[in-house]
Ligand binder design. Structure first.
Ligand code: AHG
Ligand code: MN
Ligand code: MN
Length: 326
């Protein structure tokens, strides 16, 4: 067995390794808290809304505070940004890394004992930029990205830009052990994930794509599809890393002020790097996510990610639609 620590010691950037180790440590503490379920008395709403106007759960706030405390103790961390904070904050003046995270993804799952996770992305500091602006870097600039899924087992999915790897937390020892190196996503799939309750708000090409999947063997695709929706992106992305598939949170007309639901810097970009490093693809249906130049900390993007050929097909349907409109 190779522990996360041993694995990180073999990597070229030891400072980055120490930062990842701090993140993994605090995630084991978050795991312990989440695992207590209703016994922790931390379930339910915190009674306030975050910068996106979403109700914060008590655990959103607590896990955010835990990550901040841990990163402030990590000298290489320069600044921190989070889903749960309007603006970035200072960590350590001499740090070289920026860390941006979603402290608890899928937090509507807490009260029903379903999977949640922590998603993180690491960037190099931009010394001359203001605190918020430091984080406005394209996803291609990420030095590391990962998530910890608090599911049936607790699994860290990690990339330092060279492959995507799984580490499973051994509850008996508190150590993350390497369980799969260089995860690879099959290019083809017969499984999709989408919140179908938004169907009437989708654009025509997404309507067309899902209609073709639902038509199954008798339709244009000539094969039957299965559907899954965890309501936590960490869960859906983990399934895709394990057995392929396509995850869609597409552009929709539900709220014209929001270009999709998911956030670029701490959801789409880290998941995009993990997916690409496993041979999959991550787009808005029109553009590679990792190439988007961010304009604000909490910017939203449509997300289509997973098995290469399926993401390509969705892109093609959007291209044909846009060409007809032009
Ligand atoms: P968060 O709990 O951090 O706000 O993120 C929830 C996100 C994402 O994890 C998930 O894929 C999506 O919201 C679920 O959306 P629906 O509520 O539309 O199912
Ligand atoms: Mn989230
Ligand atoms: Mn969250």
């Amino acid at each position: 067995m190779t522990s996360l620590n041993q694995w990180l010691n073999q990597q070229p950037n030891q400072d980055l390794g120490a930062l990842i180790d701090s993140l993994a440590q605090v995630c084991t503490e978050i795991c312990t808290l989440v695992r207590r379920g209703p016994l922790a008395e931390f379930q339910g709403a915190a009674g306030n809304t975050n910068v996106q106007g979403e109700d914060q759960q008590k655990l959103d706030v607590i896990t955010n505070d835990m990550l901040i405390a841990a990163l402030k103790q990590t000298p290489s961390c320069r600044a921190i940004a989070s889903e749960e904070m309007d603006h970035a904050i200072e960590a350590n003046p001499n740090g070289q890394f920026l860390v941006v995270f979603d402290p608890l993804d899928g937090s509507s799952n807490i009260d029903i004992n379903m999977p949640t996770g922590t998603i993180f992305s690491v960037l190099a500091d931009l010394p001359d930029a203001s605190l918020d602006d430091k984080f406005l870097q394209a996803g291609t600039k990420q030095l590391a990205a990962g998530y910890v899924l608090y599911g049936t087992a607790t699994i860290l999915a990690l990339t330092l830009g060279s492959g995507t790897h799984f580490f499973c937390l051994d509850p008996a020892t508190g150590v993350f052990e390497l369980t799969e190196s260089n995860v690879s996503i099959a290019a083809q799939t017969q499984e999709f994930a989408i919140n179908a309750s938004n169907q009437r708000f989708w654009e025509a090409p997404m309507q067309q794509y899902i209609a073709q999947c639902l038509a199954g063997a008798e339709g244009a695709r000539g094969k039957n599809f299965n559907m899954r929706w965890v309501a936590a992106m960490v869960g859906d992305v983990h399934r895709i890393l394990c057995r392929g598939g396509v995850f869609n949170y597409p552009f929709d007309h539900k709220d014209p002020s929001k270009a999709g639901k998911l956030r670029l810097l701490y959801e789409a970009n880290p998941m995009g790097l993990l997916i690409e490093q496993a041979g999959g693809k991550c787009t808005t249906a029109r553009q590679r996510i990792l190439e988007i130049e961010p304009s604000s900390l909490h910017q939203r993007v449509p997300v289509v990610l997973g098995s290469l050929e399926e993401v390509n097909l969705i892109g093609e349907l959007h291209r044909q639609f846009d060409a007809k409109k032009a």
